[in-house]
Design a protein around this ligand. Structure first.
Ligand code: IPM
Ligand code: MG
Length: 368
């Protein structure tokens, strides 16, 4: 078997800083566990725009199609706010998702015991929380045509189209049902079937798949607005949630904040299986490029490190090593090492990005 490949796209803002810590983790797995990776690095987002005038070159896109997995840091920043829409940093990310056909975006929202007090909700509502949001990632209003800004009756009109085909709903629903089976066997599908035809179709397709192929999975449906409310009211009622691209964008931010810190949450975006049977995949933290703290050594590298753990599990067939890495992050938190985002004001001196990374490496070594 050839050495598994990984393309690192650190991107903008805190992306390169947090990726530096992931590289230490990768080096540890090479050194101590004999896991070799064929690593390449490239630019995405504003960094790619600065170098090449585009947020993602065709060469980088082609490389992403070839590797076993892509690990992305973050894209965007105020320096790029005024760029034309077609070359904004986010377009690079969206092109990767679309052209790699990464239709199933897995966003776990898990509460680490050591951080239960950190949520804006009461600890009893979120301690032990473990939700998986499966967001459709390659269709819906993010990509639907027609779109644009047009002139009509002497004024401008902004237009986007929410559009879902049966097969697009079918494949993401199946991914969610499969995950539910591996977890607590409950799936809640969210749409707005009360106002949107795409929601009516979504509900029909999900219901049919559930009845025909997953009768063992307990399926429920919610309107997405109620779902947002229920996530804040009583999040532990959920196991797996499946929803469309735009609702998933919003609901996953809500779910993320329940856990206390965006700085802790990884994600996996999975597509169809490649020749080796593993899905095409890109891994990225849920947080953004955090321009307000860029270059200050304050960023929490955990979400990107945990994204690499998801890569170990879903792309490299190393579930036990993924467990080891997740346990190491949990141990560091339990021992009290915290980056600034995990501390209340006046709570002491926060760990820097590199200190957090070093602590996780030390916890890995202690796990041997
Ligand atoms: C996300 C982000 C992206 C999205 C942006 C950066 C394009 O918010 O991954 O949730 O809207 O999908
Ligand atoms: Mg988002």
């Amino acid at each position: 078997m050839s050495t598994p490949s990984l393309l690192i796209l650190a991107g903008d803002g805190i992306g390169p800083e947090v990726m530096g810590e992931v590289k230490k983790i990768i080096a540890w797995f090479d050194d101590k566990r004999g896991l070799k990776f064929d690593i390449s690095e490239d630019l995405v987002g504003g960094a790619a725009y600065d170098a090449h005038g585009t947020p993602l070159t065709d060469e980088t896109m082609a490389k992403a199609q070839e590797v076993d997995a892509v690990l992305l840091g973050a894209v965007g920043g105020p320096a790029y706010d005024d760029l034309d829409f077609s070359v904004k940093p986010e377009r690079g990310l969206l092109r990767l998702r679309k052209e790699m056909d990464l239709f199933a975006n897995l966003r776990p929202a898990q509460c680490f015991d050591a951080l239960a007090d950190f949520s804006s909700l009461k600890p009893e509502l979120i301690s032990g929380l473990d939700i998986m949001i499966v967001r459709e990632l390659t269709s819906g209003v993010y990509f639907g045509e027609p779109r644009g800004i047009f002139e009509e009756n002497g004024e401008r009109v902004g237009l986007n189209t929410q559009r879902y085909t049966e097969s697009e709903i079918d494949r993401v629903a199946r991914a969610a049902f499969e995950l539910a089976r591996k977890r607590n066997n409950r799936l809640c599908s969210m749409e707005k079937a009360n106002v949107m035809e795409s929601g009516i179709l979504w509900r029909e397709v999900v219901t049919k798949i559930g009845a025909e192929d997953y009768p063992d999975v307990e399926l429920s449906h919610m309107y997405a607005d109620n779902g947002a409310m229920q996530l804040v009211r009583n999040p532990k009622q959920f196991d797996v949630i499946v929803t469309d691209n735009l609702f998933g964008d919003i609901l996953s931010d809500v779910a993320a904040m329940l856990t206390g810190s965006l700085g802790m949450l990884p994600s996996a975006s999975l597509g169809v299986p490649m020749a080796n049977g593993m899905p095409k995949a890109m891994y990225e933290p849920v947080h953004g490029s955090a321009p307000d703290i860029t270059g200050q050594g304050k960023a929490n590298p955990s979400a990107t490190i945990l994204s690499f753990a998801m890569a170990l599990r879903y792309s490299y067939g190393q579930g036990a090593e993924a467990d080891r890495l997740e346990a190491a992050v949990e141990k560091v938190l339990a021992d009290g090492t915290r980056t600034a985002d995990l501390m209340q004001k006046g709570e002491g001196t926060p760990a820097s990005t590199t200190e957090m990374g070093d602590a996780i490496v030390a916890a890995l070594t202690a796990s041997l």
